[in-house]
Write a protein that binds this ligand. Structure first.
Ligand SMILES: Cc1cc2nc3c(=O)[nH]c(=O)nc-3n(C[C@H](O)[C@H](O)[C@H](O)COP(=O)(O)O)c2cc1C
Length: 240
């Protein structure tokens, strides 16, 4: 029991005798939305799946797809996948809630995409601006080689039409939960990834979640510092 993971699991247990009693510092609550004010903005089209697939069918069909055809996804499909995985879905009492649940509604996960083959969209790395439902351009270039190399050489990242990258802005969740936040951050990312997997199946697209990655090589592609915000996992998406 001396590994860091073992200690983490023990040290972050909730115990009725030792519950943290601190008050939340509302003035220090981190912003729940990241924005790149200087970045070029790309509007995402409205998109409704033309023929909604039943949840039962999507659950039966979902499996990891690692072989993709050399065919693009459309901007409409990408727009739907971004919204379905983590978009704003309702406003209650002035708070914006999203398609995936989040511990304390603190939404620590940010979404980026590496577009390899998306109709109209130039290849490159983009950030998903959740509030405005736009893409923000980070770098415009073919990143197939870099993204595959950063996934321990997994070639599906080069042949996928698009690779979703999820990072965590740790302080958003640590502000309330301290070190226990790390449990919730990984759970939050898993919920978002499954939303993406199922919504992709509903569009007859395939996905494979990717946990094997060189964290700081992914951070370098999207420009995150790896400390305040760092890569958590990715999903390759394409036409099966
Ligand atoms: C957190 C996580 C990380 C994963 N990482 C990878 C990966 O790096 N490469 C890969 O080929 N598959 C990866 N997978 C996919 C699993 O291998 C796959 O889900 C599992 O074999 C079950 O198969 P299925 O998804 O087809 O049902 C990952 C899945 C999860 C949930």
């Amino acid at each position: 029991m001396d590994g860091i993971g073992d200690r983490f699991q023990q040290d972050t247990k909730y115990d009725p005798q030792k519950m943290p009693g601190h008050m939340l510092d509302w003035a220090a609550k981190p912003d729940l939305y990241k924005e790149y004010p200087q970045a070029e903005k790309i509007e995402l089209p409205e998109f409704e799946p033309s023929k909604a697939m039943s949840l039962d069918k999507t659950l039966r069909q979902r499996k990891s797809i690692r072989d993709f055809q050399d065919r693009p996804v459309s901007m409409g499909q990408l727009a739907y996948l971004l919204w379905a995985s983590t978009g704003i879905q309702r406003v209650e009492d002035g708070y914006e809630f999203r398609t995936a649940p989040s511990a304390g509604a603190l939404y620590p996960i940010e979404t980026y995409v590496v577009a390899n083959n998306v109709k109209i969209l130039e290849p490159g790395a983009y950030h998903y601006a959740i509030k405005s439902h736009q893409l923000e351009l980070l770098q415009q270039r073919d990143l197939r080689r870099q993204i595959a190399a950063a996934a321990l050489g997994q070639g599906m990242c080069a042949t996928a039409a698009v690779v979703f990258i999820w990072t965590a802005v740790f302080e958003r969740c640590k502000w309330k939960y301290g070190q226990r936040a790390y449990r919730y951050i990984y759970l939050d990312a898993g919920h978002i990834a499954e939303n993406l997997a199922l919504s992709a199946v509903s569009l007859n697209l395939g996905t494979c979640e990717i946990g094997a990655l060189y964290d700081d090589q992914i951070n370098a592609i999207i420009g995150t510092d790896g400390v305040e915000e760092s890569a958590i996992c990715m999903t390759a998406v394409g036409v099966p």
